[in-house]
Design a protein around this ligand. Structure first.
Ligand code: SF4
Length: 188
């Protein structure tokens, strides 16, 4: 009789997932990457004097996407930058997470025009959205801590890939903000 027969169903995998999630959530390395004014607030969280993100195991913003596993999309994404954002995302190491920071990154914000992507989730899967224009550094820290909670529950291996594929598919199928009926005054 093996050990697995004495343990409750899924006990070992659950424990490994929890352990991996705990370690991953406390050792995130963000990519050095900013697109517009929100990036100034993002930079502030690195300030050791006041916000000191290193308390959460994130003291190094990596200059290479290959050494980063968190992309903070800080600012509006222009159509011209969209392929670059996607390329940086593709180059980041797995598993990776995306935080959409501010109204512009999440929905195009006030830039409802042909030059700006109406939500970065049209080009990469987003794990957490942070509202505001711009969100304050405290709000970003709060979003990061909430992302930590998500990471602790992250599935491993093929299950993680399945989740990403589903999120990406749903995002690509979603309507741009200006085409959503409720924003056209047509009700839900
Ligand atoms: S949400 Fe506001 S602060 Fe952030 S990029 Fe857009 S305009 Fe700038």
């Amino acid at each position: 009789m093996g050990l697995e027969e004495k343990l409750p169903s899924g006990f070992l995998l659950t424990t490994v997932e929890k352990l991996a999630g705990y370690m991953r959530s406390n050792s995130l390395w963000p990519a050095t990457f900013g697109l517009a004014c929100c990036a100034i607030e993002m930079m502030a969280i690195g300030s050791a004097q006041k916000y000191d993100v290193s308390r959460f195991g994130m003291e190094v913003f990596r200059a290479s996407p290959r050494q980063a596993d968190l992309m903070i999309v800080a600012g509006r994404v222009s159509q011209k930058m969209a392929p670059v954002v996607r390329q940086i995302y593709d180059q980041m190491s797995e598993p990776k997470w995306v935080l959409s920071m501010g109204a512009c990154a999440s929905s195009g914000g006030m830039f409802n025009n042909y030059a700006i992507v109406q939500g970065v989730d049209h080009i990469i899967p987003v794990d957490i959205y942070l509202p505001g224009c711009p969100p304050r550094p405290e709000m970003l820290l709060d979003a990061i801590l909430k992302l930590h909670e998500q990471i602790k529950d992250t599935k491993l291996g093929v299950n993680r890939k399945k989740v990403i594929t589903e999120v990406e598919k749903a995002a690509l199928a979603s309507l741009p903000t200006h085409q959503i009926p409720v924003f056209q005054g047509k009700g839900e």
